[in-house]
Design a protein around this ligand. Sequence first.
Ligand code: SF4
Length: 568
Amino acid sequence: MRDAGLILAMLHSVGPLLTVDLSAAETAETNIDEIYEQYLGGRGVGTKLVHDRVPFDADPLGPENRLVFNTGPMQVSNMSFTGRMNCTGVSPLTDGLVSSNAGGFMSRNFADTGYGAIELTGVADELTIVHVRDDGIEFETVPDLAGATVPETVEYLESEHGVDSDQTAVIGPAGENEVRFASIMTTEERAFGRGGLGAVMGSKNVKAITVEGDSRPEIEISATQMEIHREAATDDHIMKEQGTVAVMDLANEMDGLPSYYFSEQHFDGADGINGSAVAEKKYKKGTCSACAFACKLPTRDEESGVETEGPEFEVAMAFGSNSGVDDIVEVMKSNELCDRYGLDAISAGNTVAAYLASEDEFGNTELIHELVEKTALREGVGDTLAEGIDRVHDELGVENWSVKGMDFAAHEGRVLHGQGLSYAVSNRGADHMYATFYSVEYPLVPEEEALDPHGATGKADRLIERENLMALCDSGVVCKFSRDYMSPERFEALFGADFEELLAVGGRTVTLERHFNNQRGFDDSDDRLPYDVPGLQEGIEEYYDARGWERGVVPEDALPEDTTSTTA
Ligand code: SF4
């Protein structure tokens, strides 16, 4: 049945869409209020714009692709868990529509421009910085910044323009070189990481965008924000000390820690890279704008001088256990290199691990660091690795540990079978944040919320609810680490709408992503895993039935009713 999708009085983003046409060096503003009413903000709005305005057969690295940056309504609040923003485009890694979400401090500065969304289209003649201010847009050609690292670019912006790293989204050499898993960096060490949107920005010849202004919209936020904020500030939570890597010991105990390029599921050296190891190197609190939860991990090793933020669990897996490395300082160094060159550290680590497997060089940290640099610069074997595991596994002679081109996150689908199902059907491939299904399968949640991790059947409804909820969070924009502090009632209070209506926003977003990908040739043959999970096929069928999809394809009559005219 068609979803009319009209929601009245739901809190949503405001402000025009700014289109930056790089080929013509022109800008335009469009009223997209009707889209906000249906898709709220963030990922929902980004998805609707890319779905309607990018041709279905567009080359991800060609001029027709569009890169949408935006926030949601919560980015004008002072509530914890809202220091994040969204970026959407067609991914050169998965070849599908992908949204990526970054923390840091850019979201409030973005809201200050008064724009609800900014999209980049076309290709600039020369390497360019786009300065977005509430009193005008400026194109600055910067050929001298070709090849500059993220810190070098940030330094330039600070010294020449007086904007700091919290007002910028920047690519490094990896983005310029169109590495398929290049990131866009903000606040220097926070990444729009997964899916290679940094390569899209590089393909448009855009080195950075800056955001400045004094035009933050006024949006009335419920008093519920204060309760959440207070709890985030006062609660004693393990993530405040160890971030996401806190879960590593449990995963390892469950034989659910990918190791040695996924050939093993337990890592004897986990003590060297686990939450305690990271906490030992943490030297101050780290957070995102407005967030009192402060789960970030600024780390420093006094002896070697290595300084970075993290590693989080995924990177401790990719550059640690999956690469056969048991020394947290070496993982920190890998993480720092990825941030400097502008690479998604998860994909970079997994791809390097694939090479280590092919050469039987696990644990060779000197080689690992060299490979990261070569990948970003596309030098030697790095030019091969820059294409990602899906495209080069045959050449390397290793298994293809990816789904829809996206390499695997750490939460192990061979142990958490519902998470495995999620990896198989996710529009973004083997990425953990699409549904965060692991969070209900680890024995960490209250009994009434917990699921037996064994088997993939009977989990489709719960998976759909999680996917829709995560899409809602990405649209709000609310950080997914708020999970212990949010409830259906709190979502309703914050967004002024029934929880089911809010989940339907997420559902529309997932459906549009799938529909876009279907038009590019994705179907049920792409919803698969490189390993066996009990009941996987049955679970996939249950998922399609519950979504109303036919063999992984969205029927035209199941599309959200198009009440908007958003084509470019
Ligand atoms: S919970 Fe952590 S990642 Fe999320 S907004 Fe707060 S500091 Fe940032």
